[in-house]
Ligand binder design. Structure first.
Ligand code: BTN
Length: 242
């Protein structure tokens, strides 16, 4: 594991390392990122030392459900936060950890292509930015973000949080290989988005319906006319419980 005081993006660093043969399970953490990457374009910003900024390199087994790696990291982050605070954050599709309308963490996965075999993924870098604690919330996110320390009501050491997250991740990664259906079932049972009326913003259009399932192909949304659409990438607004 590498823990850096500052870097551009731990995801970007790990993609480079992956191309030079870094092994499954390599972890890069930073106190601060100057070019943190977010899921839908905007950069991920956090004051230095305020968040757990961590990326994990995983090499999927042939035929693996690549999304399983992301599900495993989201589930591990959820249980690690619950263990340290007593509060279980909600999982919002695709991979936000939320407390009500306030975001606690976001997950960004990036595939690593093997130049000798461009049709297969040689690795997946799963990065998580988890708000841990700040003296003053950054004004641009103050109303929309929450920290682990606010949840737990005490100071939390990012090293302990990371240790717990990685410990919780290990058995989930075994499931990813041995029993991906069980991993999917656990993720499904934890996903707060399911059963809700949602608006999915797809960039060029949006759709409204009930989120009824999650599969390796994406979120399954049932529209008013009864048809179903599967959404692989998008931003979800929870409109109300179904
Ligand atoms: C999101 O937009 O919700 C996902 C944000 C993911 C941010 C993390 S911070 C660690 C890792 N490195 C990055 O550059 N991004 C991810």
């Amino acid at each position: 594991m590498t823990w850096l005081a500052e870097t551009g993006s731990t995801n970007a660093d790990l993609v480079v390392q992956a191309r030079s043969g870094a092994p499954h399970g390599t972890v890069v953490v930073a106190d601060h990122q100057t070019a943190g990457r977010g899921r839908l374009g905007p950069t991920w910003q956090a004051p230095p030392g305020s968040a757990l900024l961590c990326s994990i390199l995983l090499h999927p087994e042939p035929g693996a459900v690549v999304h399983g790696a992301v599900w495993a990291v989201a589930l591990a982050a959820q249980s690690a936060v619950a263990a340290l605070t007593g509060v279980t954050p909600e999982l919002k599709w695709p991979n936000d950890l939320m407390i009500g309308e306030r975001k606690l963490a976001g997950v960004l996965a990036e595939g690593v292509i093997d130049p000798d075999d461009p049709l297969s993924l040689s690795g997946v870098v799963v990065g998580i930015g988890l708000n841990v604690g700040w003296a003053e919330p950054p004004p641009e996110v103050a109303a929309r973000a929450i920290t682990v320390e606010e949840l737990g009501g005490r100071v939390v050491d990012r090293r302990f949080l990371l240790a717990r997250l990685l410990a919780d991740l290990a058995p989930l990664l075994v499931l990813w290989i041995r029993d991906p259906d069980e991993l999917q079932a656990r993720y499904r049972s934890r996903l707060d988005t399911l059963g809700r009326l949602v608006r999915v913003e797809l960039g060029d259009r949006e759709l409204t319906g009930t989120a009824v399932d999650v599969t390796p192909e994406g979120l399954v949304v049932r529209l008013d006319d009864g048809t179903e659409e599967v959404v692989l990438v998008g931003d979800v607004v929870h409109l109300r419980p179904a």
